[in-house]
Design a protein. Structure first.
Length: 123
């Protein structure tokens, strides 16, 4: 019989938790979860799940699609308009790798300011 577990948090390693939380807050509209001491920040979803960001000394950003530093985590976000979402995310500091494995009309891979790859997908 499987355990009865409920997802409560997803936490990303990064060099600057406040900066990465600000990027995702502007991108998603999620509200801050906890006050930060600079080593941890988080954003809260309405269902109680939060996305956390924790400082890691010597952090090395993932190298995608190569695996010299594995991607570690991959988030996906549904959006109504891919072009609009991509433009806004790039404005906020996201990057766009040259390698795009999906049909560009359905999904795109971007990287957050700390280098984590994430997808935006047509809703």
């Amino acid at each position: 019989m499987p355990l009865q577990m409920k997802l409560s948090a997803i936490t990303l390693d990064c060099p600057d938790p406040l900066a990465l939380a600000a990027f995702y807050q502007q991108a998603t509209g999620l509200e801050p979860h906890l006050k930060s001491d600079g080593d941890f920040a988080a954003l809260n979803r309405e269902d109680g799940v939060f996305i956390g960001f924790q400082r890691v000394d010597g952090y090395r950003a993932p190298r995608w699609p190569e695996q010299t530093v594995p991607q570690q985590l991959h988030l996906c976000f549904d959006v109504l308009d891919l072009d609009e979402a991509e433009a806004r995310l790039l404005e906020l500091g996201a990057g766009k790798p040259d390698h795009q494995p999906h049909d560009a009309t359905k999904a795109r891979v971007l990287t957050d300011p700390a280098g984590h790859p994430f997808c935006i997908c047509r809703d």
